[in-house]
Structures are given as C-alpha cells and as structure tokens.
Ligand binder design. Structure first.
Ligand code: FES
Length: 344
C-alpha cells in the first residue's frame, strides 16, 4: 500500500511505499529534503504535519521534545505515513544549505574501470549519512594534513555510499597508494560535501555536459539524479579523452542511455592511436560542441575537467552565444581537481 505525500510550500508530490519513511521516499524521488543522521538523533529532518497521520513504530525519536510533538513537528527520517499526508518542510535549494562534515568511510569496492582509472566505493557508518547535491565533491584527509579532492560520481538518493573515480598519476602520492596498495576494507577519513558545481533542477532548457578525463565523474552523478527526478530536458554529454582505451565511462554511459532516452553521448579523442581505428570525433572536446551547436544561448552548460579545458571551453562558448549564468564550473573546485589530477 502506498500513500501520497505533498510538501509545502513547494507543492512537490510523491508516493511512499509501505515501510518507507517520508525522507526515504522523497530522496528516492530525487527531492532535496534536509537531513543529517537518518536515525532520529539530530533533528535536521524536522517538518510540520499539516494534514494526515504518520507513525514511528519502535523507531528512535529522541530529538523530538514534547513541545515539538504538540506543535505537530515530525522527523521525516523516521515517520512513515499512515494516510495521505501534507507536510511543511524547507527543501534545500543550494549547496550553501548543506554543512560539510568529517566522517570515516570504509572502502568496500575497488574496481578498475580502465588502465588508469580506479573506481572506489566508500561505505559510510550505518549511523551517519552525507547529504550532498549531485555533482559536489569530497576531500580525502591524508596524513600530514594533506587532502585530495574527488568528485562524487553517484547520485544523492544513493547516500549510503560515496563513489569516486580516481586517475592513476605517475608518482602521485595518493593515486599510487590506491592503485598499488589499497585493499578493500581500508578505512579513510573524508570531509564534504563541497562545491557549487551541482545540477540545477528547475529548468527546462536542454543541457550540454562536457567532461575531460575523470571530469566525467560528477556528470555521472548529475545524470543519475536527473533520471531519478524524471527530468525531461535533453542532455548532450561529451567526454574528451586521449585515445580509445581512455574511454573508461563507456559502460556507465551505456547503462544511462538505456534508461534515459533524452541522453545522447559523444566521445571525443584528442590523440587516437593508429590501432584505435577511430572514425568518431577527434580534437578538443569543446570544439566538437561548437561544431554541433551554432547557437549556445538556449543551453545550460556543465563543464568538468582540467582547468585549461574548462577555461578554453568557457571562452569559446561565450563567443558562440552561451549565457554566463547558465554555465557551471568552479575555478576553485578545478584547482582542487587540478591537485587531484597532478596528485602532488
Ligand atoms: S536526519 Fe537526523 S533526526 Fe532525522
């Protein structure tokens, strides 16, 4: 049996399946409801019931005071609807509303996606969650105060894990460790989420996404999120890599295009090898975009990758009509990414 949930003041509506909390159902529908611990202890998910009934069973509600209860305040992470409900709750609209936090994370899967890209799946403690917006990044805290920044490659509704895609850099302090020594079950400390590079959901404009190398990672998270939101915008994804063996994202993009008929994908090789027999696009990835779209004024554009790629793309796109407010990238984040890329 499922019940309808309506949020105020946004008017968002979704259904909660039997046994699902208001928060879980909302996140599964791609909504950015506020939360922290997801176990009834912190109060970050509080909302106020306007109509209908919820039930907590034996679940923890220790942070709800008697006054809260009398005022109709509920914990969205613990409350399960017993009828259709209307709830007043402030949904998150920007990254500034999410406070970064430090937490331990265990490596539960190391998966080599290509000759030089490793995917790390990190599991957070059962009692903790990291709320993030699709496309944000975390930092791995290393000995001696060093940090490495990596984009989150998964979508926010899958918040019990953090997925990272790490390129192997010769002599890279952290990437050498990941490729040569790291084992599953290793424990890391991470801090996040950070960054203003996240998917803007309230637009019907078509979207161009440009990823250079592992700059694909946050775009993957955004596309998974767009799918969970059932966004109808057309998405044009362009990934630039050197040669065919560097197209590490092929399987992930294939899985996305299978479920998103509004997504098309173009791989662009900057330096294909003779053995590649490549008949697709070549050159700089942003030049392919310029060749395909004579007027960029009607698009939202997301760019993720090395700073020279992002800077060249930005300047060239503006000359072809792109609107500055509709282009998303972040110089600081890219400097963090650059540190990741060069892995000093
Ligand atoms: S998220 Fe902490 S109490 Fe609900």
């Amino acid at each position: 049996m499922s019940f309808n949930i309506t949020l105020q003041p946004s008017g968002h509506e979704f259904a909660a399946n039997d046994g699902e909390s208001v928060l879980t159902a909302g996140l599964n529908h791609g909504l950015s409801l506020p939360y922290g611990c997801r176990n009834g202890a912190c109060g970050a998910c509080k909302g106020t019931i306007v109509s209908g009934e919820v039930d907590y069973g034996e679940r923890n509600t220790s942070c709800l005071s008697e006054d809260d209860k009398a005022a109709g305040v509920i914990l969205c992470c613990q409350a399960q609807p017993k009828t259709d409900v209307m709830i007043n709750v402030k949904e998150l609209s920007s990254a500034a509303e999410i406070k970064p936090k430090i937490m331990p994370a265990r490596v539960i899967k190391l998966h080599k996606l290509s000759h030089d890209v490793m995917q790390l799946e990190l599991k957070l403690p059962d009692s903790q969650r990291m709320q993030f917006l699709a496309g944000q990044y975390i930092e791995v805290l290393l000995k001696g105060g060093k940090r490495r920044a990596f984009s989150i490659a998964n979508a926010p509704h899958q918040d019990d894990v953090i997925i990272l895609q790490i390129r192997h850099v010769p002599d890279g302090y952290f990437s050498n460790h990941v490729f040569d020594e790291m084992q599953e079950k290793a424990l890391l400390r991470i801090e996040g989420p950070f960054g203003g590079f996240y998917l803007r959901e309230e637009t019907e404009r078509p979207v161009i996404m440009l990823g250079g190398g592992t700059g694909y990672a946050p775009l993957n998270g955004m596309l998974e999120h767009a799918h969970s939101l059932e966004m109808k915008n057309q998405f044009h994804l362009f990934c630039g890599v050197r040669a065919k063996r560097d197209i590490y994202m092929q399987d992930q993009v294939a899985a996305l295009t299978k479920k998103m008929s509004n997504l098309n994908f173009t791989a662009v090789l900057s330096d294909p090898e003779a053995a590649d027999n490549w008949s697709g696009e070549t050159g700089y990835v942003h030049e392919t975009v310029l060749n395909q779209f004579a007027d960029l004024s009607g698009f939202d554009i997301y760019m993720s990758g090395p700073p020279p790629m992002v800077n060249a793309a930005k300047a060239a796109f503006m000359k072809q009509g792109a609107v500055e407010d509709q282009m998303f990238s972040d110089a600081f984040e890219y400097s963090a990414d650059a540190q990741k890329a060069s892995d000093l």
